[in-house]
Write a protein that binds this ligand. Structure first.
Ligand SMILES: [Zn+2]
Length: 404
């Protein structure tokens, strides 16, 4: 063989070696993907039909539990998904969605064994999505807003631009005469991973706009909603909670380090015109056990605000007529459970900052569980139904305030 032929043959061999693994992957290897909005996973190994996984805790101080991935090349296969760390499932196992990511269900309480679950895919299944719960990213919000296009007093605006160049949405609902008696501010996703809070927010907005029992709100109150305070975190699938050096819900002290929190601190005092009366921040607690499986209001360190929270918490109990009930007994006064000064050493929370704003009577954080409310599985509609209770309670709260 002359030198040229040798070199040519060698190059062909290298090309074959380089291409052959790719061909195998493309044909039949199970593919795990998290490269889509909200996606989060680290693949540790794929060994035949067993996949070892870990949550991606980038930018997070310690470990947190949020994960969301797709798996393809699954047709007719039985696959085991095994997490390296503990505490990555809520009460009813993983949320899952087959062949699209529109409809989500719980896989089931008894399907987890040694941090793993096994799923048998049918001959019709080509892709599946799994997550800690039922993901909610920008496309979910846009799809929700598209159902409200006919409501002219709902305006979609931008609070500010995120560090990665995304518009951080700000929604306004104005009164018809343009001269509101009150203003109300509601936020969600200060912690990016807390997706179930977004369905509650949908329920609140829908009730304000469409429920006859909330007409009073439309007539007298102007609203501002910020659905994704940590927009980049939501879209990148980051935990958000315990973000380094401090997360969005500890960023209301000194100079804010996050764009959206700084923008809220700038925008709200001017927008308020001293009419801001109610501020609600929607969260999800830890994933399971005890208080984390109840809906509850977090007591404010200011006793004057806390007194109003107790009134509101009782109204929420009265108005939660759906399956997912809030009981006022689960209210966590400041200084009890996790709600102590020690929990706020990294900075001031949004609700605490909001409580100091001129005219604000009620500032509160509501914690809404990922999966289980006192033994009842959380569904997306159940979360929206709870949102209705929040809207009804605002109506009653404002009426009570008038009487004082
Ligand atoms: Zn939170």
């Amino acid at each position: 063989m002359n030198l040229m032929v040798k070199v040519y043959s060698y190059l062909i061999q290298i090309a074959f070696l380089l291409l052959s693994p790719c061909l195998t992957i493309a044909q039949d290897r199970i593919l795990i993907n998290s490269d889509f909005p909200g996606g989060n996973i680290e693949v540790l190994s794929i060994d035949h039909d067993t996949i070892r996984l870990k949550t991606d805790n980038s930018f997070t101080d310690g470990e947190w539990f949020y994960w969301y991935f797709s798996v393809s090349n699954i047709t007719g296969q039985r696959i085991t998904f095994e997490f390296e760390q503990e505490n990555v499932y809520a009460r009813y196992g993983p949320g899952y969605s087959l062949n699209n990511n529109q409809t989500w269900k719980w896989y089931g309480e008894n399907r987890i064994k040694d941090n793993a679950f096994t799923f048998s895919f049918s001959d019709k299944d080509s892709i599946a999505y799994f997550s800690i719960a039922f993901p909610y990213v920008e496309k979910n919000l846009l799809s929700f807003l598209s159902t409200l296009k006919n409501h002219e007093n709902l305006k979609v605006d931008t609070l500010c631009i995120s560090p990665e160049g995304r518009a951080i949405h700000k929604l306004n609902i104005k009164t018809e005469n343009g001269d509101p008696e009150y203003k109300i501010l509601i936020t969600a996703r200060h912690h990016a991973c807390e997706m179930m809070a977004s369905y509650v927010l949908e329920g609140i907005i829908t009730s304000i706009l469409t429920d006859r029992n909330c007409t009073q709100l439309l007539e007298n109150a102007e609203f501002m909603f910020v659905p994704f305070v940590d927009m980049d975190g939501v879209m990148n699938g980051e935990q958000g909670k315990n973000r380094i050096p401090r997360d969005h819900n500890r960023d209301y002290i000194d100079e804010s380090i996050h764009h959206s929190t700084a923008a809220l601190r700038n925008t709200v005092p001017e927008w308020s015109e001293n009419k801001l009366r109610i501020v609600i921040d929607l969260h999800c607690p830890w994933i399971h056990s005890g208080i984390n499986e109840t809906i509850y209001v977090v007591g404010n360190s200011d006793p004057v605000i806390e007194k109003q929270q107790i009134i509101f918490s009782n109204l929420l109990e009265k108005n939660t007529t759906g399956d997912l009930k809030l009981y006022h007994k689960d209210f966590i006064p400041f200084g009890t459970s996790w709600n102590t000064a020690d929990n706020y050493t990294k900075g001031r929370s949004f609700a605490k900052w909001a409580g100091t704003q001129k005219g604000v009577r009620l500032a509160c954080t509501i914690e809404f569980p990922y999966a289980n409310v006192s033994g009842i599985p959380v569904t997306r509609d159940g979360a929206r139904e709870f949102g209705k209770a929040v809207a009804y309670s605002m109506v009653e709260y404002l009426n009570l305030s008038k009487e004082e």
